[in-house]
Design a protein around this ligand. Structure first.
Ligand SMILES: Nc1ncnc2c1ncn2[C@@H]1O[C@H](COP(=O)(O)OP(=O)(O)OP(=O)(O)O)[C@@H](O)[C@H]1O
Ligand code: NI
Length: 323
């Protein structure tokens, strides 16, 4: 993986209005080797943008294959060897170079553990949470965090297999809370959860943000996204088409700016299940012009010829000529 970025020495302090994470114009392709010796580049992400502040939860929604998990891998520095990345990823105002990613991963940037398999089956849960706590008084800090997530203090002497699914989720939550990470990425932590477990997960992710962390929450499910996030970033075929504040998802979507975001909103059961004909283009068939134009109800000739630039204001953005 190659990251073309300028290394500039900047102060380490996170200024008040400085984003924790800033992804701008990110593009990503995979070098593929076909029979013979021909090399081709498969472009999977073309224009991704996302900005995240401390204490903020930004949900990333989009159809399967829109680039959500690749964004997570790009931030964590976990892309395969044949991935070629361009654009900007800044963390606390400084470019995330591969060296910095390796250094920060698991320390300041971490992926949320999603299942019991993230816990060591042979270690008592209290010890596991203490292991990620920096500094002194590990035991006392761990007890305090167990309290916060509603785990009885005796749970710290239990092994993971002795706990129910709900308790395990709380131990995982405690682990994330205890960690020093400022940026937490949760990739699809909710599918298959019953409504109670879902509510618990949503609550603990909110707790992470209340405790000062920034969270990127990746999901298929726009309803969960709206329950949890401050802002929603909508991905379509490897592009961010809109970043909207949660409160703009209301009524018939009149405050939403991109036709795809409006369509996602109006396809929800409570908004009348209005379907959007067609499907996200395959990577091999991405055509000229705006990525969404083949399905867009308000397209014009311009949209067929030219890609719209992004327009940003007050932490929101949209990529549409007519928004
Ligand atoms: N190593 C790879 N080589 C080639 N293409 C890849 C590779 N990894 C992912 N892709 C392609 O990149 C696109 C985006 O993948 P990604 O996993 O980010 O989608 P996603 O939005 O997370 O989807 P889902 O909701 O299904 O998890 C997909 O079309 C996928 O097939
Ligand atoms: Ni994914």
């Amino acid at each position: 993986m190659k990251l073309q970025q300028k290394e500039e020495p900047l102060p380490d302090l996170l200024e008040k209005d400085q984003p924790l994470l800033e992804v701008k114009d990110l593009s990503l392709s995979f070098r593929q080797y076909r029979e013979g010796l021909r090399e081709t580049d498969l472009q999977v992400i073309s224009k991704l943008d996302i900005t995240l502040y401390k204490k903020e939860i930004v949900a990333v929604v989009g159809a399967s294959g829109s680039g959500k998990s690749l964004l997570a891998s790009a931030i964590l520095g976990l892309l395969p060897e044949n991935a070629f990345l361009r654009g900007t990823i800044n963390f606390k105002g400084k470019p995330l170079s591969p060296e910095r990613q390796e250094h920060l991963r698991g320390e300041e940037i971490s992926l949320i553990p999603q299942s019991v398999s993230a816990l060591d089956p042979l270690m008592k849960t209290g010890k596991q949470v203490q292991a990620v706590i920096k500094g002194k008084n590990k035991k006392a800090v761990q007890q305090e965090i167990f309290d916060k997530v509603g785990l009885p203090s005796k749970t710290s002497n239990s092994y993971p297999f002795e706990l129910s699914g709900g308790m395990v989720r709380r131990v995982l939550a405690a682990t994330s809370l205890a960690s020093s990470a400022d940026l937490i990425i949760a990739d699809e932590p909710t599918p298959g959860l019953d409504p109670f477990a879902l509510k618990e997960t949503v609550n603990y992710i909110k707790q992470l943000a209340e405790n000062g962390k920034g969270v990127i929450f990746i999901t298929h499910d726009i309803e969960t996204a709206l329950k949890i996030a401050d802002k929603v970033a909508v991905f379509y075929a490897g592009q961010t088409v809109e970043i909207a504040k949660v409160e703009n998802f209301c009524g018939s979507g009149e405050n939403l700016r991109h036709p795809y975001t409006k369509a996602l909103w109006n396809a929800l059961p409570q908004n009348g299940f209005v379907p959007l004909p067609g499907s996200q283009p395959l990577l091999s068939e991405v055509a000229e012009g705006c990525i969404f134009h083949p399905r867009c109800p308000v397209k014009t000739d311009l949209c067929k010829k030219k890609q719209p630039e992004s327009k940003s204001k007050n932490g929101e953005m949209v990529r549409c000529f007519y928004a």
